[in-house]
Design a protein around this ligand. Structure first.
Ligand code: CO
Length: 133
């Protein structure tokens, strides 16, 4: 098994501060980490749940993937982050099994992680992010 843990479940939101306030009020959540990832046009927060995270992600510009997702489908579940020991090896294994990479090579993610996204098509309709700490 190449996966070691679920790293995060990512939810696309229109208004990050409103989403945080909702999670605080509804669930007593506290923000563990907040970061703008310029290259992806996203601002995200991580809410820690045991050793895993819920990620709330909002677009920072209109042409970002999160903005396009929300325009098409509204707010909601966006992707699942799978924690792996080796992003490159896992990506290679998934491609060999028929998955389509969005990132051909592992690249830097938030929190200093190394990541690669895998397209929903050919992957059971699910956008997956491979995350190596
Ligand atoms: Co993610």
């Amino acid at each position: 098994m190449l996966l070691t843990e679920i790293d995060h479940v990512a939810i696309a939101v229109r208004d990050l501060d409103a989403a945080i306030e909702y999670y605080e009020q509804a669930l007593g959540a506290t923000v563990h980490h907040r970061e703008v990832i310029d290259s992806d046009g996203v601002e995200e927060v991580l809410i820690k749940v045991a050793d895993n995270y819920i990620q709330l992600a909002a677009a920072t510009r209109d042409d970002s993937p999160i903005a396009k997702f929300i325009a098409k489908r509204g707010e909601g579940l966006h992707h699942v982050g799978y924690r792996v020991g080796d992003v490159a090896a896992t990506l290679k294994s998934m491609i060999a099994a028929g998955a389509r990479p969005i990132d051909e090579e592992p690249r830097p993610g938030s929190r200093g992680t190394t990541v690669a996204f895998v397209h929903p098509k050919g992957n059971l309709g699910t956008l997956i992010e491979l995350v190596q700490e």
